[in-house]
Design a binder for this molecule. Structure first.
Ligand SMILES: [Fe+2]
Length: 241
């Protein structure tokens, strides 16, 4: 599949502009510096003025870290998903939400997939972590228990992860938060719990996709995520699962 770039209407581009501008302004002091730097490095392919052209974005990602984009219709089977990640191909949809859906979607659209996920694929260590995650998932794709644990790790890090900055501030790196105006502000709400990243807790924590999170896991660095994949791998090998 390919992005049909000339099929986007002027209304699509305007919706993108609203989403992009609103969220860039909102993220200035809330997203982690690594994300913000990568986002800046994606200019002019990523900007408010127009929907990104995935051919250009993929070229840029490829130059920086060897990642590419695999256009998909929507959610794909987990074994296909991890296989793509293992090959440094990020699955992304190309449809954009409507103007009356700015704040809520049941399925991820291209704003989530691109604005949320792609910038950090420019970051060498994060890019490597995503590949290792994919490889581990692919290796254990027929083991439902391992896959469930990996889905939980993905959810509480790649989608909804928080990182402590060098200035000791709580910053966002998870794509599910980054691409959501409401959730970006929600993490600072008084009823929200932010706890230190703990792999064992995460792989045993059930998550729900139909409600906003009330607990987020905070890493100290991307190295910690990278190490978590290694720890899981060692555990699976030792248990011969
Ligand atoms: Fe996502």
């Amino acid at each position: 599949m390919q992005q049909q770039y000339d099929q986007y209407t002027s209304d699509n581009h305007e919706v993108w502009q609203i989403l992009y501008q609103r969220q860039v302004d909102n993220l200035t002091d809330k997203a982690c510096p690594e994300y913000l730097q990568c986002l800046e490095d994606m200019y002019p392919h990523f900007q408010a003025a127009h929907i990104p052209n995935f051919t250009d974005v993929a070229d840029l990602l490829h130059q920086k870290t060897g990642w590419g984009i695999e256009v998909v219709k929507g959610i794909i089977p987990v074994e296909d998903f991890v296989e793509l990640l293992a090959q440094r191909r990020f699955p992304s949809s190309t449809w954009l939400r409507r103007r009356d859906q700015l704040d809520y979607l049941e399925e991820p659209d291209m704003f989530h997939d691109s604005f949320g996920h792609m910038p950090l694929l420019m970051h060498p260590l994060f890019a490597q972590f995503m590949e290792e995650f994919g490889k581990l998932g692919y290796q254990y794709r027929h083991n439902p228990n391992c896959i469930e644990q990996l889905q939980r790790l993905y959810w509480f890090s790649i989608e909804f992860g928080i990182i402590r900055s060098q200035q000791n501030k709580c910053k966002i790196y998870g794509a599910g938060i980054i691409s959501s105006y409401g959730e970006t502000n929600h993490i600072y709400a008084p009823n929200v719990e932010i706890v230190p990243f703990d792999l064992d807790t995460i792989i045993h924590t059930h998550f729900r996709t139909d409600q906003i999170q009330t607990r987020y896991f905070e890493i100290a660095s991307f190295e910690q995520l990278f190490a978590a994949v290694g720890q899981l791998q060692n555990g699976y090998e030792a248990a011969k699962v």
